[in-house]
Ligand binder design. Structure first.
Ligand SMILES: Cc1cc2nc3c(=O)[nH]c(=O)nc-3n(C[C@H](O)[C@H](O)[C@H](O)COP(=O)(O)OP(=O)(O)OC[C@H]3O[C@@H](n4cnc5c(N)ncnc54)[C@H](O)[C@@H]3O)c2cc1C
Length: 405
């Protein structure tokens, strides 16, 4: 392919991974990120990287950045359990059942957003990453070249513009004005509990869990154990989700302590460990979010503008695969761009990306609705299925192989 210049709008997880992949292949790339500092991206939450994400990071990042990513992943906490509200196991996997000894490039990893960000920034200089550049709109010239216009009046022209600008993408709004993001009707309240805490049950300080009570709603718990050498602190993260309409109006604006009270009211009678996890969390870490999701969009005419990650297939966090899908996009687009002419590359990328991207959206929407369900017979049937899987080793192995993918 003739030498091209790729403009990436958004220096988030997908945009930065794509930039590395293109640079490694010798393709000229510039990333435009609206925030100003290299550390502006600071939601300190743990993020699960699955084999799709690991493979993309391994194949796109230079060795130094990949090593930096591996150095910052969580050092413990690999088990996963489905439990009742009384903390009785429905189905539990040990770390080694989920993470058989594999090549790190094919494995699962628990990463902090900050650690992932630092790894993704490794080796990107000011020529490649332009900070403080807020994209406004694009124009396409008759020769097919595309110009990005920024809010400060600046412009940049290239051969391909990639909208990697997240869930509220301006690139998507211009390219696909009919693409919608819906409110799923599910609300999640999330917080953090500092660790160590010897009074909490071991499964809450070591494993990831999904609590499926007999009645309604669900509670997700996870842990972050950094390498002690990094000096950052360990914590357990939790997220309670239920149907938005069952919460008081204006719930998102409530203070952390009031949100904590709401969750405690809804978990009366649950195991003490679960209530302590919520009750002893710092109110400053607790917030409520309305869970939103993209709706699938049919094929569009490929051109000099495309989309990647949350900008096209924003999904609920309830399958833990949004970032992994963004990384998979970055790797796929890097491969198609370095294999053929620009138009074919974009066409091939978009066709494949829509397939797995919207399948991931559908899966995460199902999980969100299942987690918030008040359908008691369906919930009891799910609990019975999980107990059955637990009792039948081949079913359990198959289930483990699909976790987080
Ligand atoms: C609570 C929670 C937990 C999650 N857990 C997981 C998990 O365990 N595993 C997983 O795979 N996914 C998880 N996700 C989803 C994941 O965070 C997203 O899918 C992922 O960040 C998407 O990456 P992206 O590169 O598409 O967008 P982002 O990472 O959002 O990056 C977009 C970038 O574009 C920039 N930008 C936006 N507008 C402009 C503009 N106009 N001009 C210039 N720059 C702009 C933004 O500043 C940002 O840096 C979770 C999400 C949430 C909310």
């Amino acid at each position: 392919m003739r030498s091209i210049h790729v403009l990436v709008i958004g220096g988030g997880i997908g945009g930065l991974c794509l930039a590395h992949g293109l640079l490694r292949a010798g393709v000229r790339v510039t990333v435009f990120e609206r925030t100003n500092a290299r550390t502006d991206w600071l939601q300190g939450y743990r993020i699960h990287i699955n084999p799709h994400g690991s493979r993309a990071l391994h194949d796109c990042l230079p060795l130094e950045a990949w090593q930096r990513f591996l150095d910052t992943v969580s050092v413990r906490g690999g088990g996963f359990g489905f439990v009742t509200e009384h903390l009785r196991d429905l189905l539990r996997f040990t770390a080694s059942e989920i993470l058989p000894e594999t090549d790190p490039a094919e494995g699962h990893h628990g990463a902090s957003r900050l650690g992932l960000r630092e790894a993704l920034l490794t080796g990107l200089d000011d020529e490649v990453l332009r900070l403080g550049a807020e994209f406004e709109r694009y124009t396409v010239a008759p020769d097919g070249r595309v110009t990005a216009h920024f809010t400060d009046g600046g412009t940049a022209t290239g051969d391909l513009l990639v909208g990697a600008d997240g869930a509220n993408s301006r690139v998507r709004r211009q390219l696909l004005p009919h693409a919608e993001r819906i409110d799923t009707g599910v609300l999640a309240i999330a917080g953090k509990h500092p660790l160590p805490d010897a009074t909490l049950p071991r499964v809450l300080t070591d494993d990831t869990n999904l609590v499926l009570p007999a009645r309604r709603g669900s509670l997700f718990t996870s842990v972050w154990h950094p390498d002690p050498a990094t000096g950052s602190t360990a914590y357990a993260l939790w997220g309670f989700s239920d149907v938005t309409a069952t919460f008081p109006p204006g719930v998102e604006a409530l203070a952390g302590a009031d949100l904590r009270r709401l969750v405690l009211d809804r978990t009366t009678g649950w195991a003490r460990g679960l209530r302590d996890l919520v009750g002893d969390s710092d109110p400053d870490t607790i917030n409520a979010i309305r869970v939103r999701s993209a709706t699938p969009v049919g094929p569009w005419e490929p051109g000099p503008v495309t989309l990647l990650g949350d900008a096209i297939h924003n999904m609920t966090p309830m399958a833990g695969i949004g970032a992994n899908t963004a990384l998979r996009d970055a790797d796929l687009l890097r491969r198609t761009l370095t294999a053929g002419d620009l138009r074919t590359a974009v066409h091939t990328y978009e066709e494949q990306m829509r397939g797995y991207g919207f399948a991931a959206v559908a899966k995460s929407l199902r999980n969100a609705r299942m987690g918030a369900s008040a359908n008691r017979p369906a919930r009891l049937a799910l609990r019975t299925t999980l107990r059955t899987v637990s009792a039948v080793p081949p079913m359990k192995r198959r289930f483990a192989a699909g976790l987080g993918n």
